[in-house]
Write a protein that binds this ligand. Sequence first.
Ligand code: FES
Length: 280
Amino acid sequence: MSTGLIIAVVVIAAVVFGAIVVMTTARSTDVRGAGALSRETRASDRKAKVGTTATTGREVELAARTTDIVKAAPAEIAPFVAPDAEAVGVSRRMFFNRTAITLMGASVGAFGASAVAFLWKGADGGFGSKINAGRLDDIIANIKANDGFLYLAEARAWVTEYPKGALGKAQAVYGSQAPVFTGMQAGVVALYQKCPHLGCRVPDCKSSQWFECQCHGSQYNRVGEQKGGPAPRGMDRFGVSVANGQLTIDTGAVFAGPSLGTNTTGQEAEGPHCVGAGGH
Ligand code: FES
């Protein structure tokens, strides 16, 4: 398309657009704005009688001032009668309100009950309370049957035998922890499963007959005295009591494990280690 043709098209388009604008503007002046009344309508309005003979604004105003105002008779107010609740029924809003309140109440109640059950450790006889582990004779038999280690999940504890021949040394180390020493005198120790290093659950190692923590390699002999690794002390432990042949483990109090270097039983590794080389 040549330049001249383009210019011609643009000029024609401009002329057409200008014509449209002119025609539209001229027509809008005839309308005289929205709400304009026709001549016939205005003539009809002048003849109309609107409750008075006045035709001018002044006459209408004067007539309004001089005309008596007739007061309306007081309306009779009907006495209030409460609706029948059953007839009215439960609205949708009431239904949702009651449902929301009921659910909220149930949730708060369940949460409260759970919180109390969690915080009140001794309420259900679980960890944190005194746990009846069974007959002492059976406990010792089970320890032997399990190659030297007995795990009690409810107490979160390992129970192992304490050699009677080591009680002399134990007296000096554990004498201040009477409930722990009582257990040793009865022939057992109840060791908290939680590693004193960073809290991993310490497993037994049947081959070495030690406890060997797989998290960072801390090792403890069979009565929980530290033998190697980063743990700052021996395994923590629980006090026990024996009554009528029944062994009770009190998991409500944790006694700190013995300090590094404690070795009352002299037990060395009895086989390959499960973690690392063993020893300091
Ligand atoms: S948690 Fe047991 S050695 Fe680190």
